[in-house]
Design a protein around this ligand. Structure first.
Ligand SMILES: [Zn+2]
Length: 190
């Protein structure tokens, strides 16, 4: 899923050496951010990942991993324009990082409820989430699809298929909707 061959060789948080396939360091810090482990991350922590992956991006400007990681961290910091610049580089050529696609959808909502978004951004966000589900179906993707359909389409009495209820039903096949709704609220900054 990631271009592991070019990655950081130490933990962004504590600088312990790590191998290319390690998911955490010896202290349990995640080496790469995912939407789920981003939800609870604070600003000082995110800044460490931005430094580590920013250095990787300087050495390897084409690294999709570095661009995806920068984009995801800036998205959590609500710097949406900056985040989208990195995420667009990460997802071009349909790179298979479902987390980067998911966070692109988050950025398109710009910290506001879907009801307030432009239709073209809503359509783009739905496309990104469907792509994320093609790569790796997850309850978090489906919960955001459900939320967008509930808050944008149904509040405006617009038809949409699959419906919000169908997206939430799908979410419950993959995970716990209540947990995901709170994860999602923190990622969306709502
Ligand atoms: Zn560490």
């Amino acid at each position: 899923m990631y271009d592991y061959e070019i990655t950081v060789d130490q933990c962004p948080q504590c600088h312990r050496p790590v191998g290319p396939n390690d998911e955490t360091c010896g202290s349990g810090h995640p080496i790469r951010r995912t939407p789920r482990n981003l939800a609870s991350a604070g600003i000082p922590e995110l800044n460490k990942y931005i430094i580590a992956y920013g250095n990787l991006a300087k050495e390897h400007p084409e690294s999709k991993l570095a661009n995806a990681q920068m984009g995801m961290c800036f998205a959590k910091l609500k710097q949406y324009d900056k985040a989208l610049t990195f995420l667009d580089k990460a997802t071009e050529d349909n790179w298979e990082d479902d987390g980067a696609w998911f966070m692109t959808a988050v950025c398109l909502l710009r910290g506001k409820k879907p009801f307030l978004a432009q239709r073209q951004d809503i359509n783009k966000a739905i496309d990104c989430l469907n792509t994320a589900n093609q790569i790796n179906p997850s309850s978090l993707n489906y919960v955001l699809l459900g939320f967008i359909k509930e808050d944008y389409f149904e509040r405006k009495y617009l038809n949409v298929s699959p419906s919000a209820a169908e997206e939430y039903a799908k979410a419950s096949e993959y995970g716990n909707i209540d947990d995901d709704k709170s994860t999602l609220a923190s990622l969306l900054g709502l």
